[in-house]
Design a protein around this ligand. Structure first.
Ligand code: NBX
Length: 820
């Protein structure tokens, strides 16, 4: 198959032809961006053949379909990944060489489709890769935001958000599918009509505004199996540009409103990570893409099946967090109002079809919509939720007669709010957490009442990542080395990495492994020099924390520790110290003050330390601007140390931790999220664990008794560092610049809780763990062994394993083989 399509000469010809057709240029005259477009079209052409074949096979086999419903898909660039999965990367590289272009430079022309914030969105992208590689029929359903996550610029040390106009030059891998457009209705009121023939009430929405949801499809290419699935993202268009009928009736305003609704709805991704803001437009986005997706799924089902009672046999809806929970009510609406099913039947179908994944226990992330807003925007959906709630409360009362407390805690509608998590749990057959510890905390704490009522719904699915992007594409040197030692089986069966364990004590293997790490560090050093103007030493320890900026992730503890080390070096210049480069990358939600101040602090500390000649470059601090999927691949490959230092119990899983591990970087971290399972796989001796346990943290939170001031009073090192936040050391004498951060830790002048994330409690054990890192790194053999074992033990953390567990325990999909 591939051989036919990637015959080098043919491919070159097709690229030249595309340049001519698209730009009326010869290849010699084309810009790199134009060549990117031309190459992408040539690749898309090959993909489309497989896309059609896959479609044919699905029509023939009629497999069960999973719809992965998600507000976010953080896809990253497609060109390189598609070539990798088509097994055509090297051929295309060669072809482009011969045309006088460098594939890496061409890849760099592609905008990063950043239709997601962080872990949750990237997980969705990894899942699509795995679903397709494993040969399951799957659709990703989401929103075609015209602006993805903002681009981050650093100006004077502060984050500045710049719009991400990723569609500016047209995106070559998408396909507009107007024939599948759907109408989505907002507002108005519900008219009830009694039908004497059936004895049923009919509910009709009137006086509404509507938008047209138009899907764009992006191909998801499986690895070496000819399977191509679809990411379907919905754009919004006005129903008809200017509704003449409305003009005629003098309803000019309404016509323009409808036009604006369409424009606004898909304009931009909300840049919050683990935080609920409760904006009306966000609720519109949620219903918009869910209504379109569910309508489409039902329409597709009905083309080949006559009985909607069979829906759960053929369709699974997976809700990526509570954002798509509207699915439950929209499916009920379609089944009851449009398909005339009885409520009980519709409810059975719905609950057997839907399943919910929880990604956080942070209370500020819980979605609760005011009923005023909800019922005004979605009057019929709100009625349905009221009925779901009424029946659910009856069920609670039956199980716990007279227990008002249960109703207060579990109701779907309570205190004037619609609680989306409660709806998602009641409306589905499965609730899963994303790492073992996280699921246990859900069962014992956050969702205790629901677990008691429905123990069988609860299950764990520890997250995973795709090795195709984060090793094969992101770290080609290590990928080749692994293949030389154990064969290429790991690409689709990551458990095979364990075969590398026999090389852990092999001197030659260790040297080769560390030499690859060194070359990757040189590659990153070059990037840092080009982008930050900072020279870093590839022989220093690359200590890396890259992830969204959030207080619970404790970037602040990391930078405070850097300040502490710097103080030590200044006090004892003779003290042995292994040179270290502290690398940060993080976007802060645009409205998150404390997070933005932390970015400024990191940059301020970097400024002082990097320019202090007296420490001979022993410490460098680098803040990588605009951390995103494309530079992440390079950063993981170059890391020596993986910083996973969240307050125990707060990080549901983490997935960056797995990407570092796969690339041979030992973890310094707390016993939180998937770190627990990482340590279990690699052994405690090959990680650096410190800090309060999740039980200790939860105990403090429930019972009080934590006093950060004690640490300030009793520990001069901590006191010193904290005083430097307010004595101008890192702010050119400005005492106020970091005052809020100082106050957040000690809270000397407010009644708020201080140091909510236990930074001072964990500080010294963090510093001790960092000393152990240095000690281990000095011993070259010991370190090489640790690093190698991290890669060798990373097999569990492939998203292929995660997806297979979803399939076996929740979705029950059928495997499809193309051309069978
Ligand atoms: O989901 C993340 C968790 O914090 C990670 O621990 C976990 O590994 C990852 C995948 O399961 N959550 C996350 O990224 N949340 C969001 O991005 C988010 C975005 C919008 C929103 C709420 C949360 N309203």
């Amino acid at each position: 198959m591939l051989d036919n399509h990637f015959k080098k000469e043919e491919f070159k010809k097709s690229v030249k032809e595309n340049v001519k057709m698209l730009y009326r240029k010869t290849i010699e005259e084309a810009t790199q961006e134009q060549v990117f477009q031309a190459v992408s079209l040539a690749v898309k052409d090959v993909i489309i053949d497989n896309w059609l074949l896959t479609q044919k096979q699905y029509e023939k086999d009629d497999p069960k379909i999973v719809y992965y419903l998600s507000m976010e898909f953080l896809m990253g660039r497609a060109l390189g990944n598609n070539l990798i999965n088509l097994c055509a990367y090297d051929e295309v590289k060669e072809a482009l060489d011969e045309l006088g272009f460098d594939l890496n430079v061409i890849e760099d022309q592609e905008p990063d489709p950043a239709l997601g914030n962080g872990g949750l969105g990237r997980l969705a992208a990894c899942f699509l890769d795995s679903l397709t590689t494993l040969g399951y029929c799957a659709y990703g359903c989401g929103i075609r935001y015209h602006y993805g996550l903002f681009k981050q610029k650093i100006e004077d040390g502060y984050q500045v958000e710049v719009p991400d106009n990723w569609l500016k030059n047209g995106y070559p891998f998408e396909l507009r599918r107007p024939e599948y457009a759907k109408e989505v209705k907002f507002g108005g009121y519900v008219k009830v009509e009694y039908d004497p023939a059936t004895g049923r009430n009919h509910f009709i929405q009137e006086g509404y505004q509507s938008v047209l949801a138009v899907p764009y499809d992006m191909p998801i290419v499986g690895y070496n199996n000819n399977v191509v699935n679809t990411l379907r993202i919905w754009d919004a268009e006005a129903i008809n540009d200017f509704r003449l009928d409305l003009f005629d009736k003098g309803e000019y305003h309404k016509a323009v409103e409808q036009e604006n609704l369409a424009k606004n709805i898909v304009e931009v991704l909300y840049p919050n990570d683990n935080h609920y803001a409760g904006k009306e437009l966000r609720l519109k986005q949620q219903y918009f893409f869910i209504s379109a997706s569910i309508q489409e799924a039902i329409e597709k089902f009905k083309k080949t099946h006559s009985d909607l009672h069979d829906l759960p046999k053929k369709v699974a809806f997976q809700l990526n967090d509570t954002h798509p929970t509207m699915t439950v009510a929209e499916l009920m609406r379609i089944l009851v109002d449009e398909e005339n099913l009885e409520w009980e039947d519709a409810w059975n179908i719905t609950t057997q079809t839907c399943a919910y994944t929880n990604h956080t226990i942070m209370s500020e992330a819980l979605e609760k919509w005011p009923i005023e807003l909800f019922s005004r925007l979605l009057p019929r959906i709100y009625q349905i939720i009221e009925e779901i709630n009424r029946r659910f409360l009856l069920e609670i009362q039956q199980k716990y007669p007279g227990n008002q407390e249960k109703i207060r805690k579990m109701a779907i509608i309570y205190d004037g709010q619609v609680k989306m998590a409660h709806l998602a749990i009641a409306g589905g057959h499965s609730v899963n957490g994303v790492a073992r510890l996280h699921t246990e905390i859900l069962k014992k704490q956050e969702l205790k009442d629901f677990y008691e009522m429905y123990p069988d719904k609860f299950n764990n699915k520890t997250n995973g990542i795709t090795q195709r992007r984060f090793l094969l594409h992101g770290n080609p040197l290590l990928a080749s080395w692994v293949t030389e030692h154990i064969g290429a089986g790991w690409i689709t069966d990551l458990s095979q990495l364990s075969k590398l364990k026999v090389y852990a004590d092999d001197k030659k293997a260790q040297q080769e492994f560390m030499n690859i790490k060194y070359q990757n560090k040189v590659r990153l050093a070059k990037y840092i020099l080009e982008h930050n103007g900072i020279e870093v030493n590839p022989n220093s320890i690359f200590d890396v924390q890259v992830k969204r900026l959030h207080e619970y992730k404790r970037q602040l503890m990391n930078i405070l520790h850097v300040m502490y080390l710097y103080n030590k070096i200044k006090e004892h210049p003779e003290m042995p110290f292994y040179p270290r480069t502290f690398i940060f990358g993080a976007k802060a939600a645009a409205g998150y003050r404390r997070a933005k101040q932390t970015i400024k602090l990191i940059n301020a500390v970097a400024d002082v330390i990097n320019n202090d000649k007296s420490i001979n470059g022993k410490i460098k601090v680098v803040f990588i601007e605009n951390y995103r999927v494309s530079n992440a691949e390079m950063i993981f490959a170059a890391a020596d140390v993986s910083e996973q230092i969240s307050t125990a119990s707060k990080e549901a899983s983490g997935t960056g931790n797995m990407k570092f591990m796969l690339n041979g970087a030992p973890t310094i971290g707390t016993m939180d999220g998937a770190n627990v399972e990482i340590v279990e796989e690699v052994g405690a001796e090959n990680a650096f664990i410190f800090g309060l346990s999740s039980d200790e943290v939860i105990n403090y939170e429930n019972n009080g008794g934590y006093d950060p001031m004690q640490y300030f009073n009793n520990d001069p090192d901590i006191r010193n560092v904290l005083m430097q936040l307010i004595n101008g050391t890192y702010s050119n004498g400005d005492f106020n610049m970091f005052r809020e951060i100082y106050d957040s830790l000690l809270n000397t002048n407010s009644s708020d809780k201080a140091d909510t994330y236990f930074i001072l409690a964990d500080f010294k054990s963090y510093a001790a763990a960092q000393e152990k890192v240095e000690e281990a790194y000095r011993d070259e053999e010991r370190w090489a062994k640790m690093a190698l074992l991290n890669t060798a033990c990373a097999g569990k953390f492939t998203s292929d394993r995660t997806i297979q567990q979803y399939v076996d325990e929740i979705w029950h999909l059928d495997k499809v083989v193309i051309g069978k």
